[in-house]
Design a protein around this ligand. Sequence first.
Ligand code: PGA
Length: 249
Amino acid sequence: MSKYLVANWKMKLTIAESAALARAAREWYEAIAHPSFALILCPSHCAIPAVADVLKGSRVELGAQDVAEAERASLTGATSPLQLRELGVQTVIVGHSERRVNYGETDTLVGKKTAQALSAGFHTILCVGETAEERAAGKAEEVVRRQVRRGVGGTGEGDLIIAYEPVWAIGSGTPVGMADARAQAAAIRSELAEVRGASGASLPLLYGGSVDQGNVASFTAGLFAGTLVGTASQTPNALQGLVEALKNR
Ligand code: PGA
């Protein structure tokens, strides 16, 4: 599948709510005869087993919001890629700005997580994006180039996807404008070409930050291959709206 709708439920839903929303999402998605996009649900870690049960035998994919940088290590509170694999997880997100900002994840750590996730065989979504302050200081491009370089530089081959998520657009109700999106996508692609060669430049790019039913289609064609959605993926009405908006595309 070359287009993506990735639902990031963050820590917003209980285990029971996650299972119920996954059950509904499975129905909406499987009612589409020939979906043109992959639907990937990323519940919080404790809800993964319940959602995995609901998605058994489904075309809806299971993702995780984070993964540790090692398989077995003294990392209290962390989740091993081996455990995620045992639960049937296919996709992992690394380097989300909420991990970078709230838990101090550095570019170096994100690079190790990306390498680990790729070598464990996950579809790996690496998030990059500038803060409002960095943009105001004229550093937006420099920041995403650095995050791409350090996030991808030491990794081997694998199924890598980059998500451009400007931090100021996340949860703000204001998505990026197309001119800025174009400039940042070009910066990301050019950096990918430098660290990964020609194959890097053609990796899929996602967009995340205040995506909803009204704008999801514009980020699922052309510049971007799809979206990473928080708020609008966390309630039945909003998630159904996203699926509906993409179903005839
Ligand atoms: P949002 O979050 O859709 O609520 O802006 C996106 C994200 O954090 O991935």
